[in-house]
Design a protein around this ligand. Structure first.
Ligand SMILES: O=C1O[C@H](COP(=O)(O)O)[C@@H](O)[C@H](O)[C@H]1O
Length: 245
């Protein structure tokens, strides 16, 4: 089942169903966090939103870990109030920051100070990113584990194809760790980590489910144009992919 053109430095794991995937991925991530705690007394994990990670969140939340010393953050969010149904922060609060993991520290990306502002134009972008950089500074770095998702348009985090500012967001030589993105074909203005921050972690995981995502991954592996499929940038470096139908 390993996709044909996957480079050798990418580790591929496939599972018969989403629950089995969630439980093996939980063990793997828990080990990485535990290892980081043993080494540095703190650990950090940045997760994606969307529908794919929910079974994993619920499974990880039940793990006995030193949660008080673990900081959880997001790789992207929609610039919506935190009680909005499309908020990734809401998803994490309801599914990951519960049970044992309720003791974890959480640092979201959406600046509460700007609640009620209209983000549809670029008017507040520099304030948003400045506030978000301040939040990111509270996360122990380098981040120990980053979990990416992928959309069928080849986006990852909120690095969407053909979006203004994408080239800057993907330029690892720039110091910005977050950026505002207005994807032309997806709802909401977004806040996303940039490639600079996403590549700073020693360990990245891509978590995808479904035949459609497998087909998207196969398409991404056929070329290297990042502007049309930003996920390609992350397929050019070591990563572990967890997939199930
Ligand atoms: O918009 C987003 O989509 C991707 C993929 O979501 P899924 O529902 O297909 O799992 C997600 O990784 C990203 O964090 C999210 O904001």
């Amino acid at each position: 089942m390993r996709p044909e053109n996957l480079p050798g430095f990418i580790r591929w794991r496939s599972f018969p169903d989403r629950d089995t995937l969630a439980s093996v991925m939980t063990e793997y991530v828990a080990e990485l966090l535990d290892h980081a705690i043993n080494e540095r007394n703190v650990a950090s994990l940045m997760v994606s939103g969307g529908s794919t990670p929910v079974p994993f969140f619920r499974s990880l939340a039940r793990q006995e870990l030193d949660w008080e010393n673990i900081t959880i953050g997001l790789v992207d969010d929609r610039l919506v109030p935190v009680d909005h149904q499309d908020s990734n922060e809401k998803l994490v609060r309801e599914n990951l920051l519960v049970e044992q993991a309720g003791k974890a520290q959480f640092v979201g990306l959406v600046p509460r100070e700007l609640n009620g502002h209209d983000f549809s134009t670029g008017r507040f972008d520099s304030e948003i990113t400045a506030l978000c950089e301040r939040k990111l500074a509270r996360i122990p770095q380098p981040v120990d584990v980053i979990i990416l998702g992928m959309g069928n348009d080849g986006h990852t985090a909120s690095l969407f194809p053909d979006t203004e500012g994408l080239a800057l967001a993907m330029d690892r030589n720039r110091s910005a760790r977050c950026c505002v993105m207005r994807p032309p074909h997806a709802p909401h203005t977004r806040i996303s980590l940039t490639s600079k921050m996403l590549f700073a972690a020693p360990s990245r995981i891509l978590h995808i489910c479904g035949q459609d995502k497998l087909a998207t991954l196969e398409q991404a592996l056929l070329a290297d144009d990042l502007e049309t499929m930003p996920i390609r940038a992350f397929l050019q470096a070591p990563m572990k992919i967890f997939w199930s139908p």
